[in-house]
Design a protein around this ligand. Structure first.
Ligand code: ADP
Ligand code: MG
Length: 729
């Protein structure tokens, strides 16, 4: 959906003006006042809104009157209040005039595609010209005799003229001054639903703000100094001052976050309160020898995380913990210690990873680390079949195999555990709260009682985001990497220096190292991405890297082909691996020292950081080369940032500021933790307040049964509709 939030040149709309009658654009356009309406009425309940308009509103996610009023401005344009007389205008200034239209016509210009609507207007003090760019329809809609408010810049040429930025017809749809006076809201708009039309519709729906449900108890509003729901809406859409607009918005943000936090805290309560988990006491029997065999000491953050996990496991309440730490920060060891603890207490552990290939890789790592503890994990993927599969299933069922590694299929119905005590989920950031719940339920079904869950992610998550997207989890963070890792130098290389960059890569390859080339993200999806990667591999194979072995890895390959490519690369049969972001997660090839990222500005900062974590994993220092010609200042700033800091948390904060929450999580589908009003990079205070309010509300009224909580309860259940019994007693 193309969304623009500019009112400077709203796209021409083929729609007749609001409130007009078909075929007669000159019919009286003053809308009749809406009758008593309801918040949940369809938009067609508004006068002048028919099926066509309703369809176009749907493209903005608006179907009901209430949703229309919850379509908030992205920003405001500030126009001064009063109109000025024509005779008093000064060249070059921005001003509003109130005039009568004398004539209007479309004028072609020499520039192709550009058309100007040119008009003559007057008021009691004088005459002047007025021009609009690319809005031919106005020549049909506006007619001599119309009284207009025009806002724009007064020309500096000889003739007195105004380049119109915004106009409105007096006596036309909407309140006077809607588009031209005071603080004028600029809404996210689409081609079919331009910002002026949205303004008119919201103006029309204004009386219905009174029907907004008041979800925040009066006590809460007073305590935080927040306006009521109706006043907040009026303040946001028709502000008399910026302060009023801010306050209105703040109230909506608090309400949204309160609903979210109530839901998340209730999910957490439901998961930890209802079912007991086996308390897993550590004996040190397995972890002792394992730690003794390590060639290094745990870092302080590793020890702290391990302590936190260990404490959770020993409690009879199911653990729901997120362990976050960058690639290479040593999360695996924390998980391994948890696994030891589970086994020491006589329980089994399952390790879930996103793909079968990663499962195999993990198995090798775990096998090596766990050997001193006398433990050997079994692999269970779709590739393990026949008698061997049966044998492994039996071992899990009887409990002779203490540890299983595999994809989520490990928790499918066909797999039974003797006593599953711990589930470790790696790379969990692709999950939403519903998937976590489903997983928890399957884990519980897989072996009596509820299992403890440890989620691990290598995407650094800013605290604000952790409190929303992962508000149902407790978070442990490993902030620093183990000592002695090679640094990764990141350079942003301009197109002109591409050959030089290739030469740098060739030098590495000649020295026996390996490299990645990451192809750009392609909007049209995985298939197009695969095609682009294939083409790029061809180009490099025939051109700059003709002397080397070039491999290809993308998401559209079969699982076997993917595995073959990765194994070939890992075992050094490929020098240069051309890949899409499928390498983002988990590939570990210490001999790879260079990663070259095409169109780097299309990636999120967190993702770039993740990608460069693929190199510098061995004894050799890594280099990350970013190609990209970002079209915006912002884009350039972001690439600069990646070259300048290696702190993944700092980058994640920046990413949050620049791109918003969804992109960091990589969650595409809408879920209950998506935010409509709040922006986490901005609304930290509101988040803290909401968390606090939600805690208190659930403490005082665990099922939100009190009358003042009734509407909040409804809102929580509506938002968390995967959890219908969330607030049941
Ligand atoms: P993550 O899973 O967080 O990406 P790993 O657990 O795979 O990171 O650890 C990355 C590498 O660092 C592994 O080779 C591991 O053996 C090593 N490592 C882990 N902890 C330490 C430590 N405390 N000191 C030195 N090396 C460590
Ligand atoms: Mg790992």
């Amino acid at each position: 959906m193309a969304v623009s939030a500019t009112s400077a040149h709203p796209p021409a709309s083929p729609l007749p003006p609001l409130g007009s009658r078909r075929g007669d654009p000159r019919a009286p356009m003053r809308p009749r006042p809406p009758g008593p309406g309801r918040w949940s009425d369809p938009v067609t309940a508004l006068p002048g809104v028919g099926p066509t308009l309703a369809r176009r509103l749907r493209s903005l996610g608006v179907e009901q009157v209430g949703q229309l009023l919850e379509h908030l401005p992205a920003r405001y344009e500030s126009f001064d209040a009063g109109a000025r007389p024509v005779s008093a205008l000064r060249a070059g200034e921005e001003a509003t005039v109130r005039v009568v239209l004398d004539s209007i016509a479309v004028r072609p210009t020499r520039r192709r595609g550009l058309r100007i609507v040119s008009a003559r207007v007057h008021d009691a003090t004088g005459r002047m010209g007025a021009t609009w760019f690319n809005q031919q329809h106005l020549a049909r809609v506006l007619q001599p005799g119309d009284e207009l408010l025009l806002r724009g810049r007064v020309g500096t040429g000889g003739r007195r003229e105004i380049a119109v930025r915004s106009h409105e017809v007096l006596g036309g749809p909407g309140s006077e001054g809607l588009h031209t006076t005071g603080l004028v809201p600029v809404y996210p708009a689409t081609e079919a639903m331009p910002v002026r039309r949205i303004r008119e519709l919201i103006d029309l729906a204004r009386p219905l703000a009174r029907a907004a449900p008041e979800r925040l108890p009066a006590r809460v509003r007073h305590r935080l100094g927040l306006p009521g729901a109706a006043d907040a809406l009026v303040g946001v859409h028709f502000p008399r001052s910026r302060a009023e607009a801010r306050l209105g918005r703040r109230r909506m943000v608090v309400e949204e976050l309160v609903v979210l936090q109530l839901g998340l805290l209730a999910v957490r309560r439901a998961q930890s309160g209802t079912r007991a988990a086996p308390p897993l006491e550590a004996t040190g029997e397995r972890s002792g020898p394992l730690l003794a065999a390590l060639p290094f000491r745990l870092t302080a953050p590793q020890r702290r995380a391990a302590r936190e996990v260990g404490r959770d496991l020993a409690r009879p309440v199911p653990m729901r913990r997120l362990l976050q730490g960058e690639v290479g920060s040593g999360k695996t060891l924390v998980a391994v210690l948890a696994i030891c603890q589970a086994v020491e207490a006589g329980a089994q552990a399952a390790v879930l990873v996103p793909t079968e290939t990663l499962a195999e890789q993990h198995l090798r790592t775990l096998d090596a680390v766990l050997a001193p503890a006398g433990l050997a994990p079994v692999l269970l993927t779709g590739r393990v079949t026949g008698a061997e599969r049966e044998r492994r299933l039996l071992a899990l069922r009887s409990g002779t195999a203490p540890i299983a590694v595999g994809t989520q299929a490990l928790l499918s119905e066909g797999v039974a555990f003797h006593r599953l005590g711990l589930v470790v989920v790696d790379e969990q950031h692709r999950f939403g709260v519903e998937q976590r719940q489903a997983l928890a339920e399957r884990a519980a079904a897989g072996g009596g009682g509820a299992a403890h869950l440890l989620y691990m992610t290598a995407t650094p998550i800013p605290r604000t985001l952790a409190l929303t997207a992962y508000g149902d989890l407790t978070v442990s963070t490993i902030r620093s990497r183990p000592p002695g890792r090679s640094p990764v130098e990141t350079r942003w290389v301009r197109e002109a220096d591409r050959d030089e960059a290739y030469e740098l890569v060739r030098a590495q390859l000649r020295a026996g190292r390996q490299a990645y080339v990451i192809c750009p993200l392609v909007e049209e999806g995985a298939a197009a991405e695969a095609r682009a990667a294939t083409t790029e591999a061809e180009r490099l194979r025939e051109g700059p890297f003709a002397d080397f072995r070039v491999g290809l890895l993308h998401g559209a390959l079969s699982a076997d082909a993917k595995r073959a490519a990765m194994v070939d690369f890992a075992e050094g049969r490929i020098d240069l691996l051309v890949a899409t972001t499928v390498v983002e997660v988990g590939i570990d090839v210490p001999n790879a020292t260079t990663i070259l990222i095409e169109d780097a500005d299309r990636f999120g900062l967190a993702q770039l950081h993740q990608l460069r974590g693929r190199v510098g994993r061995g004894e050799h220092a890594g280099t990350c080369i970013l190609f990209g010609e970002p079209p915006t200042e912002d884009g350039a700033r972001r690439l600069e940032a990646v070259t300048q800091t290696s702190d993944g948390f700092r980058l994640a904060e920046l990413d949050l500021e620049i791109r918003g929450e969804g992109s960091i999580l990589g969650l595409r589908q809408a879920g209950p933790t998506d935010l409509r009003f709040a922006r986490l990079s901005r609304d930290r205070r509101e988040l803290a307040e909401a968390r606090w309010l939600a805690r208190r509300a659930l403490r005082d009224d665990p099922h939100l049964e009190r009358p003042e909580h009734r509407l909040l309860r409804d809102a929580v259940l509506q938002r968390f509709d995967h959890f219908p019994r969330l607030l049941d007693a």
